[in-house]
Design a protein around this ligand. Structure first.
Ligand code: ATP
Length: 342
């Protein structure tokens, strides 16, 4: 594995110095960011794809202004495909510094869990050494496990039947788990795929499409959307428009439409499958002794979908936000406060 990490063609590019934030030093009123064994305190926001982890991290950072976010979504580590991988857009970050978001270039290999462990480990140490509060946010449970455990064996797949989860962690962790009832989440995930397409996912994938790499499943090419649309682009290749660069084929031809619908169905299926696997892994970690506090965001998502399905007058925007604040943000702020005061 040391050979792998030294020679891996995945390049990690930390932000250039001029883009790194100026770190405010905190005064004597700083809450304790280390426990009595001198372990760094870390907030870990977990949950399946689509449950609002990024939103919660930003909402928490308005209550804890020295928060800085470290991404733990495997696909969002890579530079590129921002819509397809659902990276939080810059305006929604509200000025909160994010690390390991789009900082890796994917050439022809995956980021190994050990690489993530060392990159995220030194980022957390940096954040904590300046008196700021590190928030780990993202859905890659294998990476989260590799980062947090005291001893990480790169040869072992921790979620395999025969493996066991380690409770010995190198940080003092406050685990927040955002959960949504499956029937509601699965419906929401399908709507979200439609919305991603409306916001330019197909155009993004058309520009990313490389016929010489079709079928190669490494790095960012594993992102849901890439393999599913590869088949479509092979049949209906993107073309070079004089005004807009590379654009997808959008002919009215019914067989093209059918190939498009097929890719869409696969993306929705694979997204739901990913979410199910993620929930299964979170449950495994909990059974293994990781102490999660679970927040139920089901009512928020029901209100959000009601809003999407009806007219603005019938369901005000405010409703779902109020439920989210009441059921997820406020209780998690309380838990984080207590955790920092301990
Ligand atoms: P595994 O051990 O199965 O890799 P994991 O917990 O380490 O699971 P996940 O983050 O669950 O990693 O990612 C598994 C797969 O799900 C990825 O290889 C990719 O196909 C898809 N995936 C995960 N996150 C995204 C994302 N943000 N956008 C698109 N696809 C994603």
């Amino acid at each position: 594995s040391s050979f792998h990490s030294l020679h891996s063609p995945v390049f990690y590019r930390p932000l250039p110095l001029h883009r790194r934030p100026r770190w405010p030093r905190m005064g004597s009123s700083t809450p304790h960011h280390r426990n009595n064994q001198n372990k760094t305190k870390l907030i870990v926001i977990m949950g399946a794809t689509g449950t609002g982890k990024s939103r919660l991290s930003i909402d928490l950072s308005t209550h804890f202004p020295h928060s800085q976010i470290i991404n733990s979504d495997k696909m969002q580590l890579y530079n590129g495909l921002d819509i397809t991988t659902n990276k939080i857009p810059l305006p929604e970050r509200k000025g909160v510094q994010h690390f390991l978001l789009g900082e890796f270039d994917s050439i022809d290999a995956d980021v190994a869990p050990s690489q993530f462990r060392s990159a995220a480990g030194s980022t957390i140490a940096d954040i904590a050494s300046r008196g700021n509060l590190p928030l780990l946010v993202g859905g890659s449970n294998t990476f989260i496990h590799a980062l947090l455990v005291e001893n990480c064996d790169p040869q072992v797949d921790v979620f395999a039947e025969s493996s066991s989860v380690s409770r010995a962690l190198r940080y003092e962790c406050c685990f927040l788990w955002v959960d949504v009832a499956w029937s509601v989440l699965s419906e929401y995930l399908c709507i979200r795929v439609d919305e991603m397409l409306d916001s330019g996912m197909l155009e993004e994938l058309a520009q990313f499409y490389d016929p010489t790499k079709a079928g190669v499943m490494v790095g960012l090419r594993k992102a849901i959307g890439v393999p599913e649309f590869d088949a479509y682009f092979r049949k209906y290749p993107p073309w070079e428009s004089p005004e807009n660069g590379v654009v997808p084929n959008k002919d009215c031809d019914p067989s093209r439409r059918e190939a498009y619908e097929e890719a869409l169905r696969e993306i929705k299926d694979n997204t739901c499958r990913l979410a199910k696997r993620q929930i299964g892994k979170i449950l495994r970690l909990r059974e293994g002794g990781w102490d999660f506090t679970r927040f139920d965001a089901t009512a928020t998502f029901q209100a959000l979908m009601k809003k999407k399905q009806s007219s603005a007058v019938a369901a005000p925007e405010l409703e779902w936000r109020e439920i989210w604040e009441r059921e997820v943000v406020e209780p998690s702020v309380k838990i984080v406060k207590r955790f920092l005061e301990e």
